[in-house]
Design a protein around this ligand. Structure first.
Ligand code: NAD
Length: 360
């Protein structure tokens, strides 16, 4: 198989972790005789420095014409970086919002999985996580509050800011179908999260979920209010299989779920559209505090590359090989600083990538 991958290394630790993921993809390519062709493009702060915009039209076109996109992370220190003195539409994150919208990536998948070897890093009491947990947060990505009309204006002598939240039935239906499809391949349970006791968008969300659920009689589903879900994630994370929710709730809940697994450096993510195309990136940011020191954990990005193989290229065995190699390396006791514990062997970003390659 031959595939063209647009690679966005981005800012901060992005270049270090993406380099390791490419190393792993190449090793899997060698093993199974696949050819992965990479075209590097700029996005985020590095693109602002080079072209004055967080995502150029040329870069966007390369991404559009590829089979999938592998992304590290973008952005700098939001308090000190000059990128954040720019108007919002020119800041690094504007590139990310634009590429998601332009590529039609409306569904974000974030697994939150507790590795047996890392259960000590989980901040919850052991009795709550006995036997591990394995959930998938599916977040709507291109609608809702983050894409609504916004304004700040003076009224009666003071500034008043507004952000509009809207969802159409079509937007809700397509993400709901994706969520139920994913549940069919897992433990067949969907928890749809909303705030239907207050918001109209949530009441419409609930109505459409009910309709879509009729087409999936094997899937058990429930509705949960977002505030309750935030509590349940730390009270009983094992109850969840697929959590299906809108953009802002998903943004917050997926970070909370990441924290519950103990390490943000281990969490992959995929953004999908209706066909096989997807953009794959770690759940964490660009970690400017540790950039360039060869200490970042590359596993989230490597797991994201494995998701690319599974969801975009249908290479399930190849994806599983990568996941198994990671488990083996963890079992042998190798750790980057973020997941380090007593008695384990500390390794850097590059060594972790090499160890994973050596187990393929
Ligand atoms: P962050 O995820 O970058 O970092 C949070 C903490 O986790 C830091 O202490 C960091 O050192 C640590 N960390 C993150 N990834 C790690 C890894 N792989 N290995 C070891 N430690 C890791 O979040 P932040 O500090 O809030 O944001 C930094 C920048 O990243 C900001 O500009 C933010 O806007 C941006 N950001 C980008 C994305 C993206 O590109 N998709 C997502 C989130 C944040």
């Amino acid at each position: 198989m031959e595939k063209n991958i647009a690679v966005i290394k981005g800012d901060g630790i992005g270049p270090e972790i993406v380099t390791e993921a490419m190393k792993v993809l190449d090793a899997i390519g060698n093993k199974y005789h696949h050819q992965f062709n990479y075209t590097e493009i700029l996005m985020g702060g590095c693109s602002i420095d080079a072209y004055g915009v967080p995502l150029s039209d040329e870069a966007l076109n390369i991404a559009k014409n590829s089979d999938s996109v592998l992304l590290g992370a973008i952005g700098g220190n939001t308090s000190t970086s000059p990128w954040y003195q720019l108007e919002p539409s020119l800041r690094p994150e504007a590139g990310l919002l634009k590429i998601r919208k332009e590529l039609g990536l409306f569904a974000n998948l974030r697994p939150a999985y507790l590795y047996d070897e890392l259960k000590g890093a989980c901040p919850l009491k052991e009795e709550l996580t006995e036997g591990g947990f394995d959930m998938m947060i599916m977040r709507e990505l291109t609608g809702g509050l983050y894409f609504g009309k916004r304004s700040t204006q003076e009224e009666d002598g003071q500034l008043v800011a507004r952000d509009a939240m809207s969802y159409s039935e079509t937007e809700i239906r397509r993400i709901a179908k994706r969520g139920f499809d994913i549940a069919m391949k897992r433990r067949k349970k969907v928890t749809s999260v909303d705030k239907a006791n207050v918001l109209d968008t949530s009441r419409l969300w609930r109505k459409v979920i009910e309709e879509v659920a009729q087409d999936y009689p094997e899937v058990t589903y429930e509705h949960m209010l977002v505030d309750n879900c935030a509590m349940q994630l730390v009270r009983d994370p094992k109850q969840f299989d697929v959590i299906l929710t809108e953009n802002m709730f998903g943004d917050i809940l997926s970070d909370e779920a990441s924290m519950v697994t103990g390490s943000i450096g281990m969490l992959s993510s995929a953004s999908l559209r209706e066909d096989k195309f997807g953009m794959y990136e770690p759940s964490h940011g660009s970690a400017p505090d540790i950039a360039g020191q060869n200490i970042a954990n590359p596993i989230a990005t490597i797991l994201s590359a494995a998701m690319m193989l599974r969801y975009s290229f249908d290479l399930d065995q190849e994806a599983k090989d990568i996941e198994d190699a990671i488990e083996k390396v963890l079992k042998e006791g190798y750790r980057t600083t973020d997941i380090m514990s007593e008695g384990k062997k500390l390794v850097g970003t590059k060594e972790m990538g090499d160890l994973i390659v050596s187990h393929l």
